[in-house]
Design a protein around this ligand. Structure first.
Ligand code: PLP
Length: 315
């Protein structure tokens, strides 16, 4: 894996008192700002039409986890949406580092966003819009809280169908979340803590901000169609290869997920998180399984391995 050169903050940035920014730091229009001051125009197409792509990487104990992979996905999305960034990869990595360093947070949720922006002449032609880049580092947040990580999440399967890949390419990380949010409300309505929604063929797709895995007879499977190829999902494949477990991307039916030996979800916002109940059914004996525990432990161990993580240099 190539290591990125992370550039240190400039002298002026060193003088910002980091204790004043518990809510985090943003970067936009060439400036670092407290989160409360990071605002965009309501005319930005990112706001008006969800015409944007983004990526989220986390920092844990002062180190970015798999920053290279997040940058690859972000730059790929920007290119396929025909947007242009004013910064190259190295500068972008240095902006993200500076946001984290200035915020002072050792564990952070770090987002990079490119919106279509707006046209100076109010043209409706997206080619004439000036694209906007925004980044921010805020305190780390997880899909599952501590108690849920220990006992496993209760997830509902919603009837909501994920937006078709031919309409919005799910491999470009995007803010088309109305289906996912609807799924979440469906889940809350039946007393669950989060939800999974379906693909166009009625198979399990993904949830609001996470992919899902099933473990059956020692092998792992995760949906392949109509989902975001999550970096945490990819990390599970890499960990499985290291410890000799079989993992494949293929359809997962509702019946298969309910009769799995173990189920877990994956996200940058929380890592590998166990699921022990789906709708009204316990998964196996209703306890967090051994494969899930092993992968969770390995996942967090990798966070201080220089092959998988990059140090943030704090002022
Ligand atoms: N699926 C969707 C729709 C997401 O928005 C996300 C993350 O936000 C994921 C899956 C998980 O991806 P990652 O592991 O890269 O965080």
């Amino acid at each position: 894996m190539t290591q990125l050169l992370l550039v240190l903050p400039t002298v002026d940035e060193h003088h910002v008192d980091r204790r004043r920014y518990p809510q985090g730091i943003a970067f936009m229009d060439g400036q670092y700002l407290p989160m409360s001051e990071a605002k965009i125009s309501v005319l930005d197409w990112g706001f008006l039409h969800s015409d944007a792509t983004y990526d989220t990487v986390h920092v844990w104990s002062g180190r970015f986890f798999r920053l290279d992979l997040h940058l690859d996905r972000f730059f790929g999305g920007v290119e396929r949406l025909r947007m242009k960034l004013p910064y190259d990869r190295e500068k972008l990595a240095s902006i993200l580092t500076t946001c984290v360093a200035l915020s002072g947070h050792r564990s952070a949720y770090v987002e990079m966003i490119c919106t279509r922006g707006s046209s100076p002449t109010f043209s409706r032609d997206p080619r004439q819009a000036e694209n906007r880049f925004i980044a921010f580092a805020v305190p780390f947040g997880s899909v599952a809280n501590k108690e849920q990580l220990e006992r496993g999440l209760h997830v509902a399967i919603s009837e909501t169908v994920r937006i078709p890949p031919k309409s919005v390419d799910p491999t470009i990380k995007n803010y088309h979340w109305l289906d996912l949010v609807k799924g979440l409300f469906d889940g809350y309505d039946v007393g669950a803590e989060t939800a999974l929604i379906l693909d166009m063929n009625g198979h399990i797709a993904e949830g609001p901000g996470f992919n899902v895995f099933v473990v059956k007879d020692g092998s792992l499977r995760t949906p392949s169609f109509g989902v975001l190829p999550g970096i945490t999902r990819r990390t599970v494949f890499d960990l499985c290869a290291e410890i000799g477990l079989s993992a494949t991307a293929a359809d997962v039916s509702r019946a298969e997920i309910k009769s799995a030996d173990e189920v877990f979800i994956t996200s940058t916002a929380g890592g590998i998180m166990p699921v022990t109940r789906i709708d009204d059914d316990a998964i196996a004996n209703g306890r967090v399984g051994l494969v899930t525990r092993q992968l969770m432990n390995l996942y967090w161990q990798k966070h201080d391995d220089p092959a998988w993580s990059t140090a943030v240099i704090y002022p």
